[in-house]
Design a protein around this ligand. Structure first.
Ligand code: ATP
Ligand code: MG
Length: 186
């Protein structure tokens, strides 16, 4: 995904051995699954995945080292409709999550270039989005227009925001909390 060992983001990856790491994002798998599905499916093709992501973060109030990402992509979106489509898909997910107040903001990503972020009125990032064609598509042997790969929502981040909580940790998968309750109360 263009992040080589000289890039600062490389320091966030949990390496298991020289060739294996815990995945920091779902995008590589979405590319891989999409490439296979495109052999049999017609466009537009829509794929989503919900799964764990791992990043070495400093663990502030809105960051976890293991979090749950919802990532989605739509292949074959007409080029002129991409921004509107990103907004429609963003609205769909946030309404389903019970979140009403947010805005879309232009953002530049190290991996995907220009895209749209979804942020709360206080400036908390709820999701990042991107669109293609993109130079990375070649490496996955995919051509055409798309929206979404890297359209990532952190589900614990959404919960923290919706519940107006001070920190993300009570929403994480952890041995100290289950369903938001502390397990280590004496
Ligand atoms: P941030 O700027 O908040 O660190 P990011 O831009 O590095 O996030 P992305 O790669 O865009 O994160 O990930 C997509 C979404 O996943 C974010 O918008 C956020 O909702 C969520 N997310 C990212 N990192 C974390 C984390 N460490 N803990 C919880 N959720 C996260
Ligand atoms: Mg982001």
């Amino acid at each position: 995904m263009t992040i080589d060992d000289t890039h600062p983001l490389n320091a966030q990856v949990f390496w298991v051995d020289q060739k294996t790491c815990l995945r920091p994002m779902l995008a590589p798998n979405l590319y891989d699954v999409s490439k296979r599905l495109m052999r049999v499916a017609k466009l537009p093709l829509r794929v989503f995945e919900i799964g764990a992501c791992f990043r070495k973060e400093s663990e502030g109030r809105s960051h976890l080292r293991e979090f749950t990402m919802l990532n989605l992509v739509e292949w074959g979106t007409p080029e002129a409709e991409r921004i509107d489509r990103l907004k429609t898909l963003g609205d769909l997910v946030l309404q389903a999550a019970g979140i009403q107040s947010y805005r879309f903001e232009r953002e530049h990503s190290a991996i995907y270039g220009d895209g749209l972020d979804i942020v709360s009125p206080e400036g908390l990032e709820l999701a990042s989005t991107s669109m293609g064609p993109h130079p990375l598509d070649d490496a996955w042997k995919i051509t055409g227009t798309w929206v979404g790969i890297g359209f990532g929502f952190g589900l614990e981040r959404l919960l923290m925001y919706r519940e107006k909580a001070q920190g993300i940790h009570r929403f994480s998968k952890s041995i100290a909390y289950l369903d938001g309750a502390r397990l280590n109360i004496k």
